[in-house]
Write a protein that binds this ligand. Structure first.
Ligand SMILES: [Zn+2]
Length: 227
């Protein structure tokens, strides 16, 4: 950039500044960031800065962090996030023709658990579209199955802290509220908090697990079965 500035100055008969001054001005007066193009950006942030929005998502990050710490320290609390992975096509075939052929969607609900016994562990609930859709009933069934399986191992936690994004068709539904009611009424938990972070800034702990799956998928030319 400095070289092209020197060239530009020569064309205009201007004496260029030194590299030191150029760098000082560039860093202090402009301070541009560099990086690869971003994906999955937030619609609100893309429009411009919005203080209330920024304050809300930062607050959510802080609360989520302290929830994790509490679950690690207090045996009465379990923390979990649940999130549906981006649907994956099955089979994955390199033949170009496969691109035009209808494939079966594979769904995966990732649940990430933190408790005094489980210091952060990801679990997957996997099914194909012939077995079920990806609505609140399937999300609820997965959560039920998961909690029933983990109940035996846990020292009777009485407070469930759940985080999910507010996907209207799946997580923020009456079905899920009914499931929480059921778990309270049947004595599994005494208290359940379900928090939805600010839209556009939802980080669920399973995202890291999903990234590992997607990285691993890229290494295989063909995948035929769930296993
Ligand atoms: Zn935003």
């Amino acid at each position: 950039m400095y070289a092209s500035n020197v060239e530009e100055c020569a064309n205009e008969n201007i004496v260029p500044v030194s590299t030191f001054t150029y760098r000082q001005m560039f860093v202090n007066d402009f301070n541009f960031g560099f990086g690869p193009p971003k994906t999955d950006t937030c619609a609100v942030c893309d429009v411009g800065s919005n203080e209330e929005h920024v304050a809300k998502y930062k607050k959510a990050f802080d609360v989520q962090k302290s929830n994790r710490e509490n679950a690690k320290a207090n045996e009465k609390i379990i923390y979990l996030t649940f999130d549906l992975q981006k649907t994956l096509p099955l089979p994955k075939i390199s033949t170009s023709k496969a691109f035009y052929v209808r494939q079966v969607w594979l769904y995966n609900l990732g649940i990430y658990l933190i408790s005094t016994q489980q210091n952060g562990k990801g679990f997957f609930h996997v099914w194909t579209e012939d077995q079920g859709s990806c609505g609140p009933e399937e999300i609820g069934s997965s959560l039920m199955a998961f909690l029933e399986n983990t109940k035996d191992q846990a020292i009777a936690p009485d407070h469930l802290i759940a985080w999910s994004d507010s996907a209207g068709g799946q997580n923020k539904k009456n079905y899920i509220v009914c499931l929480w009611h059921y778990l309270i009424n049947s004595g599994v938990f005494r208290k359940i908090d379900h928090t939805f972070p600010e839209v556009g800034h939802t980080f669920m702990d399973s995202d890291r697990d999903f990234a590992a799956v997607e990285k691993s998928i890229r290494k295989h030319q063909s995948i035929y079965t769930i296993d």
